[in-house]
Design a protein around this ligand. Sequence first.
Ligand SMILES: [Zn+2]
Length: 97
Amino acid sequence: MSELRKFLTQSELKVFRRWGVPVRYIYGKQRRRIFERDKNKCRRCGNSDLRSLTVAHIIPYHDGVMKRGYTPDYLNRDANLVVACRKDCNKLAAKRI
Ligand SMILES: [Zn+2]
């Protein structure tokens, strides 16, 4: 738990306490960089409706930390991030991209 507190923001820690899974939201410069690189489109289906798009991890963050033993830094590399639809494509990013 104290390990997790080091790299989770307040809102991420809330999710962890509530659901028991670490999550990582991508903010600011990195978020803008990923959107620019992927041309503001979902990498899986090509959807360009910005309101439904988010930045998703290819190797899911919670899986990576909890099951595969990757560090947060490794999972938050640009190479592990893609623009994807908030709902459907987000969950499938790991398998399809
Ligand atoms: Zn999509």
